[in-house]
Design a protein around this ligand. Structure first.
Ligand SMILES: Cc1ncc(COP(=O)(O)O)c(C=O)c1O
Length: 396
């Protein structure tokens, strides 16, 4: 585990510590004015993401939730209306972002952050437990059709949709790329803005600079956080086309501690390491080794026949009680039973890992998933150590 994508380079990664230490001897705080490290970081972010200088702008914040709020402000300044979010998504726990989650499947949120209407039963696509019991690609993403239908119907009142390219806190569920490509084309047609919350998925966590780009779609606003601060300083940002961000009235966004010189110095080093170091490739290789080894291990265990192993980039996700590719349940009673059993198996495995001193993440809407999220720079011997612990935590 690396702190929900905060310590993607592990703890006290020397280049980050050195960058922070150096900055601390030069300048620690500037209030209300731009400082050179902010400008350098904004410019580096644009180059890193392949945008031309001047074509895009950056707003800096400290936490992920605040950056989501900034994106929300930008979106509604450009196109007044409501913001849609997926029930199983997670965008923070500030007052406004808390409203982006809730009981309903898809919420329509007004500007005060209140969930005012629920019109649509679209869930975030979760193919391993498809509620329609269909299979991709034959399904043609039928689960998303109600959403597209409602967007067409209520487009005038909707400013933006916010979505994670893969659920983070919600269980590391990744829909097919086609879902996002379709969502992009429908929203583009209707003029609805698409906000990619890449606070967890960006900057190498999924083996790419941005997961949205790897999936083949382009958001209007990109939100980054967590690992941008290298596990040392809180740092987040929103990136979008200059004309879009320029709609935000001057002075409508600021934070005393956003993008401090030290946070920016570390952020610059994070981008440098991802751009010039072997880490994106290493992360992809690590995930592929991890998933293959887990598959071999579980294939040989009688007690864990029904397990699916997925994951993008360095991540490996174990889905328990899953008769891949569909859960072996055809009616509600069986499905409930199979979910309870899967939850029990996942909890047992995660607990055994903890007892063996390996930190894993029990997750998913029904806690049927266990996520292994190693840092990109995990050494081979640490991978062997983890595999040994996993082996000891798996019943015969
Ligand atoms: C995808 C995503 N968005 C937003 C946030 C909120 O970030 P923060 O806790 O820094 O406010 C999180 C935090 O876990 C997250 O995973």
């Amino acid at each position: 585990m690396c702190g929900y994508s905060v310590t993607n380079f592990g703890h006290v990664f020397p280049p980050f510590v050195e960058a922070a230490q150096k900055q601390l001897t030069q300048l620690t705080h500037v209030t209300g004015e731009l400082h050179s490290k902010q400008l350098e970081l904004a410019s580096s972010l644009l180059s890193f993401l392949g945008f031309e200088q001047g074509s895009h702008k950056v707003i800096f914040n400290s936490t992920g939730a605040r950056a989501i709020e900034s994106a929300w402000k930008v979106a509604t300044a450009f196109r007044p209306g409501r913001v849609l979010a997926f029930r199983s998504g997670f965008h923070g726990r500030s007052l406004a972002t808390t409203a982006l989650q809730g009981e309903s499947s898809l919420q329509i949120i007004d500007l005060t952050g209140k969930a005012v209407e629920t019109r649509c039963q679209t869930e975030y696509p979760y193919c391993l437990r498809c509620p329609l019991e269909q299979q991709f690609p034959a399904c043609e993403i039928n689960c998303a059709k109600p959403l597209f239908h409602q967007l067409e119907r209520y487009d005038k009142g909707i400013a933006a949709i916010i979505v994670e390219p893969m659920l983070g806190v919600g269980g590391y569920v990744a829909p097919p790329d086609d879902f996002f490509q379709k969502l992009r084309s429908v929203t583009q047609k209707l003029g609805i803005l698409l906000i990619a919350d890449e606070i967890q998925t960006g900057l190498g966590r999924c083996g790419s600079k941005l997961l949205s780009a790897a999936q083949g779609w382009e958001p209007d606003l990109i939100v980054l956080g967590k690992s941008l601060g290298g596990g040392i300083a809180p740092l987040s940002c929103v990136i979008g086309a200059a004309p879009l961000l320029s709609n935000l009235p001057p002075g409508s966004e600021s934070e005393t501690f956003a993008a401090s010189p030290m946070a920016c110095a570390v952020g610059l080093e994070v981008l440098q390491q991802l751009e010039l170091g072997p880490w994106l490739e290493r992360g992809r290789q690590l995930g592929s080794i991890l998933r293959t080894r887990l598959q071999q291990l579980f294939n040989n265990r009688q007690s864990h026949k029904t397990i699916a192993i997925t994951g993008i980039g360095p991540n490996a996700i174990l889905e328990f009680g899953c008769d891949s590719p569909l859960v072996a349940a055809s009616n509600l009673r069986d499905e409930q039973h199979s979910t309870w059993e899967a939850t029990r198996l996942a909890r047992e495995f995660a607990t055994a890992c903890f007892r063996n001193q390996l930190l894993v993440h029990l997750t998913g809407p029904d806690r049927t998933r266990v996520a292994l999220l190693p840092p990109l720079n995990l050494a081979d011997e640490d991978l062997e150590f983890a595999m040994q612990k996993i082996q000891e935590s798996t019943p015969p």
